[in-house]
Design a protein around this ligand. Structure first.
Ligand code: NAP
Length: 187
């Protein structure tokens, strides 16, 4: 049975994220998160919008194992591949999943004609191709937002799509990998 929150009587929060770095020392935030885990208010904790330098600082004060930071949620999509240069490798090395927000670029990739052409022979929409590509990257989970039931169904189906090497090459020819370090993009 799940632990119940002491403060609300409701169920425990599965994953609680620090939205961005903010003004408070990371060490204090980590201690606060660990106190919430110990109190049974949250099961796991993580961060968002942190680049390698801040994650390295966080790692110095974060315990290992089950109490460690569960994820870093950042803007990552075909149109925003910056995290691949150093952030994603850093996180993969430490087996910390990167949670991709806005993975269909807030709906913009759904209207991309090149992605629609790549998906058409398999009956996939442009948004599904974009999402399948994000999910095919190592160490990635994605959180597309969809209010339309049809979009929700398509996004679940995209999670089952395995792109061929030829499809990946066509996609990546249109959306190039980063050639250098860029500041972490945020929405
Ligand atoms: N941590 C942060 O700082 C941060 C920043 C931004 C966003 N986020 C989070 O990331 C999540 C998603 O991000 P987002 O909403 O910005 O962008 P997104 O998921 O890339 O795009 C959402 C838009 O795409 C449309 N869409 C979704 N699936 C589609 C499909 N299969 N076909 C066509 N259109 C589709 C949605 O339409 P409908 O809704 O009409 O279905 C909606 O307009 C949200 O939970 C958000 O809170 C976090």
């Amino acid at each position: 049975m799940r632990p119940r929150c002491r403060w609300s009587g409701g169920e425990c929060i599965d994953l609680y994220l620090l939205h961005w770095r903010g003004a408070h020392p990371l060490r204090e935030t980590v201690l606060g998160m660990l106190a919430l885990v110990a109190a049974g208010s949250i099961r796991h904790w993580g961060v968002s919008n942190l680049d390698v330098d801040a994650l390295a600082e966080l790692a110095a004060v974060t315990p290992a194992g089950a109490a460690a930071c569960a994820t870093n949620q950042v803007y990552y999509s075909l149109s925003e591949r910056g995290p691949e240069f150093s952030l994603l490798p850093w996180m993969c090395e430490r087996r910390m999943p990167l949670m991709a927000y806005s993975p269909v670029d807030q709906g913009r990739l759904a209207g991309n004609a090149a992605l629609a052409r790549i998906g058409e022979p398999r009956g996939l929409t442009a948004a599904q191709v974009a999402l399948a590509w994000v999910l095919s990257q190592p160490g990635i989970v994605a959180i597309p937002k969809a209010a339309a039931p049809e979009h929700l169904r398509q996004n679940f189906a995209a999670a089952e799509v395995s792109l061929s090497a030829a499809e990946r090459a066509r996609i990546e020819a249109r959306f190039a990998a980063p050639k250098g370090k860029t500041p972490l993009a945020m929405l």
